[in-house]
Design a protein. Sequence first.
Length: 221
Amino acid sequence: MDSNLIYRIAISLVPLMIAIVFHEVSHGLVARKLGDPTAAERGRLTLNPLKHVDPFGTVILPLLLAISHAPIFGWAKPVPVDYRRLKNPRRDMVLVALAGPGMNVLLALVGSAILAATLSFSGPRFLVDAAFVFVITNVFLAVFNMIPLPPFDGGHVAEGLLPPRLGQQFRKIGRYSLLVFMILLLVLPQISPKADIVGRAVDPIVDTIARFVLGIFNIAI
C-alpha cells in the first residue's frame, strides 16, 4: 500500500466516523423528542463509535472506495426508529429523516471554523487536511443522503410526502439498498464517466455547498 493511500485513509476515516455517528444519533434524538424512545431504550443514543459500527458500511466500503480513488462514503448501523410510536408518524418521519443531513451541515460549519483557526495559526498539515476532509465529507453525506430513494434519508422524506398507499409501495425499494449503494458508488463510475451519477449530479451540488460553507470563514477552494 503506497504512502499516499495510507495518508488519504488516515485523514478520511476519523472524519467519516465522526460524521456518520453524529448523523445517526441525531435521528434518534429527534425521534425521542417526537415520541419514539426506541433508540434510547436500545442504548444507541451514544457517541461511542463501537455502538454504531457496521462492518461493511463503516470499515470495508470506505477502504474499498479509498483504494479505488472514489469519493469516500459510508454508514453506521441505523438507529432504530419505530414510526408507530411517533406522535404524528407521517410528518415526524420526514423530520427524523431530515435530522441526519441537517446534523452533517452543522458539522460542516464546525469543521470550517476549525479549519479557519488551524490555517490562521499555521497548524500542522495533517490537521489542515483532516479538517478540510471533514467539511467535504459532511457536505457529501448531507447531499448524498437526500437522494429521494430508499434507504436514503431523502427516500424517507419522499415516502412521508407521498399518499400513504403509494408510500408503502415506494418503501419496498429499500430491500435493494445495498445493491443501490454498490451500483451508484462502485459500478457506474467504472462503466463510463457519463454513467457516474454521483460525479455528475451529486458532486457539483457538494462543491457549491462546500464553497459556500467554507466561504463563510473566508476560505477559498
